[in-house]
Design a protein around this ligand. Structure first.
Ligand code: SF4
Length: 317
């Protein structure tokens, strides 16, 4: 696990294998405030691009990291504490990383700024871009993504289409489905039509399996996921997080630290991240495994998700 400020992981990612995360905006700077966001509510909702994390700092942290001896990393991934394309130096960062290593570069983005030519150009040297699109009508877009006032879904879809045409590498589109919000038949039919015009290489369906920032954001059940997957055509597949215990990025020591902390008091993902100095994205992945093993459980309090140690785990500690 890295102690660098703007690098986290590597974490095991269902889609990208072993992925080293680059965090280039401060927590939580985003153009959206999605009801399902695992990072918590957006505190700086903006479409203003600037060098939030200096390029020089990021590249020097990465250079130091790569100089050490590490397991093979499958991807270096821009993701983290918000929307990475808000950093106005992302294009230059990608260019400099390309000079440093031949590890492929991925960008996880909400796609909200791809209607700007400058942003599309800045991503052109990435090896894979994974935008999300959760709605095609403005009403549903506002309900699920709670975007910045300046954003219109029509323009975002147009940006996705343009990006697909201009970008030479892989583009995988993620759709996050939230029960009762964007899973209605009409929305999905319109989505299928928009997606066929965008023409991504893959369509990856996900639902709310990680603790959302809003308790009303509920998952779509497995049967409905399969039906929606069928409606979206041959390129569509369902992706769900899976247990990572067997994977090399999972560290027993970190798991024990989380359990010891939760034994003392219930914590949110943010609390665990602050106390243990681990990036929120990593904390979420450990909690996923611990919850699946019934070693921790979720509790809602004042509309926030807290984690507690399960009774069985308490007895065994
Ligand atoms: S899920 Fe992504 S796009 Fe949505 S609020 Fe969280 S960081 Fe922003």
């Amino acid at each position: 696990m890295s102690q660098k400020r703007h690098i986290f992981g590597p974490v095991s990612s269902r889609r990208l294998g072993l992925s080293l995360g680059l965090d280039i905006v401060p927590y939580k700077t985003c153009s959206f405030d999605c009801v399902y966001c695992q990072l918590g509510r957006t505190t700086n909702k903006t479409i203003h691009r600037r060098e939030y994390v200096p390029k020089q700092l990021l590249t020097s942290e990465l250079k130091d990291y790569l100089a050490e001896d590490h397991d093979r990393i499958d991807y270096i991934t821009f993701s983290g504490s918000g929307e990475p394309t808000l950093n106005s130096k992302i294009g230059e960062m990608i260019g400099e990383i390309k000079q440093m290593t031949d590890i492929p570069i991925a960008v996880l983005t909400n796609g909200s700024l791809l209607f700007e030519k400058e942003v599309r150009d800045e991503l052109k040297n990435a090896d894979i871009v994974l935008p999300s699109m959760d709605a095609v009508t403005q009403d549903t877009f506002e309900m699920v993504n709670r975007p910045h006032d300046g954003l219109k879904i029509e323009n975002i879809i147009d940006g996705l289409k343009k990006f697909r045409k201009e970008f030479d590498n892989e583009m995988w589109l993620e759709v996050m489905l939230v029960k009762g919000i964007n899973d209605g038949g009409g929305e999905i039919e319109r989505m299928a039509s928009a997606i066929s015009e965008i023409n991504p290489d893959k369509i990856q369906l996900n639902t709310v399996v990680r603790p959302p920032c809003e308790s009303f954001a509920m998952p779509v059940d497995a049967g409905e996921m399969r039906e929606i997957c069928r409606m979206l055509g041959k390129k569509a597949e369902i992706i769900m997080p899976r247990a990572r215990k067997a994977m090399k990025a999972y560290e027993k020591g970190v798991e024990n630290e989380i359990l010891t902390l939760l034994k003392r008091r219930p914590c949110t993902v943010g609390d665990i991240s602050n106390v243990l100095g681990i990036h929120r994205n990593e904390v979420v992945k450990y909690l996923e495994v611990l919850e699946e093993d019934r070693r921790v459980a979720k509790r809602m309090h004042k509309n926030q998700t807290y984690f507690v140690v399960s009774k069985d785990e308490m007895r065994s500690m």
